[in-house]
Ligand binder design. Structure first.
Ligand code: 1CP
Length: 345
């Protein structure tokens, strides 16, 4: 049988076929997801049910025979547990009813991670690991400290993050304090996920693109590297593969060291060829098909996939993925086509 193992690829072992999984592989584009989703008014109520999370994580595995499963949860569980009042209203994205609006709000945050408030996530890991075939690895995840800070200050997603940018200019010291709190919380959160059975971790820096070059280093990269160091220093997590997704970062990743990060998950705007030349034999690479290409004709999809496969042929540690999360307007049949093309079926 031809090899296509995610964990082996993360160890830079050459695979016969690139392992494939998709960012946001469980979700709104799947009719079987919509069927379960309609039973819950609030997304948060749904992810608080471990058996439902396990079922949702299994849906894309059952349908597409993907090479990895990702925990069904969300990156905003940590700010929610810190008391910022997360709501997923219908028809719009996540909103915090008590965002961070003053320096006092930062001082008021719990210094310890309220694990009891996050227990539903750890239960979801246990429930998923129970139903997932043993040869399919489970990926745990969190948002980067910066991405969580941006959501916590802005109170919701935004195009320009104006409120957040004003806040970081006015209160640089307190923002550092907030990032430290979130870094520690992410570390303990990921460690607990590992304890419950996840075999790889992905950190989502989904708001890297709103920062200037200087702020990207100080507010995003430095706290993320600190989180990685905490994981590497802990006996339980010292060996765990760590995948980092930077969404359209203002700095070219090839200029960076990104110490102790096992794998870079490349945004679709990044140059896969240049990145593969820089990190050959050093890091695994994951990516990076623009998800919107899956709305094109079969021929166009095939062309884009062939380009990636040809570029990465012979790269030890290549994992096929999208260059950002799959969107609700994509037909599952196009996803099947992509998988067949990657596997040469
Ligand atoms: O109404 C619904 O059905 C909710 C849609 C939804 C889903 C399916 C949300 C709300 N979150 C999720 C699950 C989710 N989120 C997963 C597990 C599913 C999987 O990957 O198979 C993961 C890994 C996430 C991570 C996440 N949440 C990110 C990082 C990835 C990225 O796309 O950059 C971000 C930014 C969020 C915030 C979030 N959660 C949900 C929404 C609508 C948003 C806003 C951003 C967005 O719309 O993508």
């Amino acid at each position: 049988m031809k090899s296509r193992s995610l964990l082996s690829a993360l160890s830079l072992e050459p695979q016969d076929i690139p392992p494939i999984w998709l960012m946001r592989q469980a979700g709104r584009y799947l009719p079987e997801y919509q069927k379960i989703r309609q039973n819950f008014k609030n997304f948060l109520d749904m992810i608080k049910k471990p058996d439902i999370c396990a079922e949702l994580a299994m849906q894309p595995i059952n349908r597409f025979d993907l090479d990895a499963s990702i925990l069904f949860s969300d990156i905003l569980t940590i700010p929610s547990a810190l008391g910022l009042g997360l709501e997923f209203g219908e028809g719009h994205g996540p909103v915090f009813s008590k965002p961070i609006s003053s320096t006092e709000d930062i001082q008021r945050l719990p210094t310890e991670v309220p694990h009891e408030e996050l227990n539903y996530v750890y239960e979801a890991v246990l429930a998923t690991r129970k139903v997932l075939p043993s040869n399919i690895p489970l990926i745990g995840f969190c948002g980067s400290p910066w991405t969580l800070a941006a959501y916590s200050i802005e109170g919701k997603g935004s195009k320009d993050f104006h409120k957040t940018k004003k806040f970081i200019t006015n209160y640089p010291k307190e923002v550092t304090e907030l990032l430290n709190t979130l870094t520690q919380a992410c570390f303990e959160y990921l460690k607990e996920q590992v304890k419950c059975g996840v075999e790889a971790l992905q950190i989502f820096d989904s708001w890297a693109d709103i920062l200037s070059l200087q702020d990207f280093q100080n507010l995003s990269l430095n706290p993320t590297q600190k989180l990685v160091e905490l994981l590497r220093k802990d006996k339980l997590t010292s060996e765990i593969p760590i995948i980092l997704f930077e969404k359209a970062p203002p700095r070219d990743l090839t200029e960076l060291d990104l110490k102790n990060i096992t794998c870079l998950s490349l945004h679709w705007s990044q140059n896969l060829v240049m990145t593969s030349e820089r990190f050959y034999g050093i890091k695994a690479l994951q990516g990076n098909l623009d998800p919107s290409i899956l709305k094109n004709s079969d021929e166009e999809i095939e062309q884009a996939i062939q380009y990636i496969l040809n570029s990465m042929h012979g790269y030890p540690g290549f994992i096929f993925n999208l260059g950002h999360g799959i969107t609700p307007d994509i037909e599952p049949s196009k996803v099947q086509l992509m998988i067949d093309l990657v596997r040469g079926n």
